[in-house]
Structure formats: C-alpha cells, structure tokens
Ligand binder design. Structure first.
Ligand code: FAD
Length: 323
C-alpha cells in the first residue's frame, strides 16, 4: 500500500485526474457493502485514462473498473491495486440529426438517470424504458441492461472504447451489429465477467444512441411511470444490486418466481435477506457483509436446484479480492 502510494503519488498522470488512497468502497456501491480499494483513480479525460492503463500494466499493478457500482458485490477484502471510475467522462451531446433520427453521444460515466432526464428535457424519445435504472452508461452497455422489454443494445449505434493491450493499449470504434448482443450479453464482456482490467478488456468510453424527437410531456410522463413502477415494486426499499439472478428463458418462469415457490422469500443469512417483497432481490437488510450475501446466494441456488433441477445463474458480479 505504501509502495503503491509512493509510486502513484509521484506520477504526474495520476495528479491530472483525482486519486484517493485506501478508499472505502461501500459508498460507491448500491449494496453499501465491501472493503476498501488500495487506490481509486478518476481519470480526467479519455487520454488520461489511456496513459494510466499503460502505466499500470507496465508496472504490473492490478486494475479494476467500476461504473455506478449497482450490479456488483464487492468482497469484504475490497480491491487490490487501482480501481478506476469514469465518472468524469460525463458529457451528453447531440452529434447529428438525419431523416427524423437524432444521434446522441453519452460518456461512459453519465448516470442513466441523468441521461433519461436529459432526453425528456430535450424532447428526445427512445430511452424512457430506462427511467430509474441505476448505474452508468458504461455499466449498462457492458451488461446490456434490459428494462421493460427494451435492451440498451436496441438503441446503440456505435461505441468508442479503449482496448487494453499492455503498451499497445488503444482507442477503438465499434459499430452496432445485432449478432454481437443477446440477453445480458454484450461485445464488451470478457469470457469471464468481472471488474478486473486484464489484457483484451474493452473499456467503454462513450456510446452513440439512435433516438427520435417526441413530445416532451409524453416522454417525461413515460419516464416517470417507470420510476414510479420501480418504487412500487420495492426496488429502492433496501440496498441491493437489483436482480440477483439472470432470468433464464428455458426455465419457463422468472427466477424470482422459482425462488418464491421454493419458499425462500424472507430467508436471512447474517445481515442479508431474500427480500420479502421480491424473490430475485437479495438485500443488505442490516449491515450485511459480502460473505453473508454470497452464502445466501449459494443457499438459494442449492434449494432451487433441489426443488426444480434448475441452477440459477448470478447476474450480480463478484468483484474485488475473494481469495
Ligand atoms: C434497484 C436496482 C434495480 C435494477 N434494475 C435493473 C433492470 O431493470 N435491468 C437491468 O438490466 N439491470 C438492473 N439493475 C442492475 C444494474 O443497475 C445494471 O446492470 C447497470 O447497468 C449496471 O451499471 P453500473 O454502472 O452500476 O455498473 P457496475 O455495477 O459498476 O459494473 C458492472 C460491470 O460493468 C463493468 N463496467 C462498468 N463500466 C464500464 C465501462 N465503462 N466499460 C466496460 N465495462 C464497464 C464493470 O467492470 C462491471 O464488470 C438494477 C440494480 C438495482 C440496484
């Protein structure tokens, strides 16, 4: 840690953005769970991020990437090395308009909530399904977030990203191809989904969305409807990472229903609980540790497997040092 501090503290590129040492992660996540990161770096610009990635890889310093922290369970030991947040890449701009379409670029660090509000305020239609979705543009692209039967990929035109490749780390452009995407699958996911930045990791910098103009009041009310629906379903009643398990279509019913039918709603492990109001939400009820949540996830998997034969696949990503 002291060694890392002196290396990074004395390297000007880390002073260009903001760097914080021994930073507790809980406040950076929707679960409000997790240990500390040895360092958290907020690059100022895309170029600053690229230089940092090259430096970290050259010096063999582990690096990880966090968006809004709304789909991750950070271990009680936290993160080794440097955790990178792109919250400074937060610009939203109209890039062009053609034949009734409007192309909007949003930085990876833009909160989806801010993007949907921006769209409504500017009479831009097409993102209302994402009203109230926690997290950032980068995280939504990576996860291919899906809300009310609309996937974020349904609106993507192109993406600018960095390809991590040691000293050859470089900027790349991606053009949308339907075949690259599926339910919770995006072309930015490595074979093993994690927060770690290793060789060949694609780091989303910004995305261009294909949208249309609409009527401001209608867009605003559709967006607000979704937010209210989430509130009524108890999404924000307790800290969580949203749905714990993916909805596997071959199971025939949503994962939450399988969990409910197995009688698991309300089940507790330490401070963690299967939400009494939503089978697929595992909540931090009362100061849960990451281990509490992980054990509860495993218990739910075992019970559902015993009762139905289906193995639920976690959607939540285990992040940080689980060794
Ligand atoms: C109450 C609640 C409700 C939710 N409802 C939904 C829902 O309806 N639909 C849905 O799909 N999800 C839902 N989620 C889950 C979550 O909000 C989404 O998956 C969201 O898109 C994650 O974004 P994030 O920025 O928080 O990513 P994080 O949780 O910070 O990170 C998730 C993954 O994305 C990677 N990542 C982050 N930024 C980038 C980037 N710039 N480039 C490359 N990789 C990156 C991270 O390394 C990590 O592996 C919900 C969560 C909560 C708490």
């Amino acid at each position: 840690m002291n060694n890392l501090f002196s290396i990074l503290h004395n390297t000007p590129l880390f002073q260009e953005g903001t760097i914080e040492f021994d930073k507790p992660i809980k406040p950076l996540t929707s679960y409000k769970i997790g240990g500390s990161a040895e360092a958290v770096f907020f690059p100022k610009t895309e170029e600053n991020l690229k230089e940092a990635l090259i430096f970290l890889s050259k010096n063999k310093i582990p690096a990880s990437l966090i968006g809004g922290g709304t789909n991750i369970l950070v271990s009680d030991k936290g993160f080794k090395g440097v955790l990178i947040s792109l919250k400074n890449l937060n610009k939203i701009e109209i890039v062009s308009e053609s034949q009734g379409k409007i192309f909007v670029r949003a930085g990876a660090g833009v909160l989806i909530d801010d993007l949907t509000k921006w769209a409504a305020n500017n009479s831009v239609s097409g993102l209302d399904a994402f009203g109230g979705l926690p997290g950032t543009v980068g995280g939504a692209l990576f996860m291919n977030a899906r809300c009310y039967d609309v996937s974020i990929s349904d609106r993507v035109k192109s993406v600018k990203y960095i390809l991590e490749d040691d000293e050859k780390t470089r900027f790349e452009e991606y053009e949308y191809k339907a075949a690259d995407w599926d339910y919770k699958v995006s072309p930015f996911q490595p074979s093993s989904i994690s927060t770690e930045i290793t060789k060949d990791r694609k780091i989303v910098l910004s995305a261009v969305f294909t949208l249309t103009y609409g009527i401001k009041e209608e867009i605003t009310s559709k967006t607000e409807e979704k937010i209210q629906d989430r509130i009524s379903k108890g999404h924000f009643k307790a800290p969580s990472a949203g749905s714990t398990f993916k909805n596997n279509r071959t199971f025939g019913v949503p994962s939450g229903k399988l969990i409910e039918d197995a009688g698991l709603k309300g089940l507790c492990e330490g401070g963690a609980q299967v939400a009494p109001w939503h089978g697929n939400f595992i909540i931090n009820k009362d100061g849960a540790s990451a281990s509490d949540v992980k054990i509860l996830i495993e218990k739910v998997q075992e019970t559902v497997k015993d009762k139905t034969g289906f193995l639920l696949e976690p959607e939540v990503i285990f992040a940080g040092d689980w060794s």
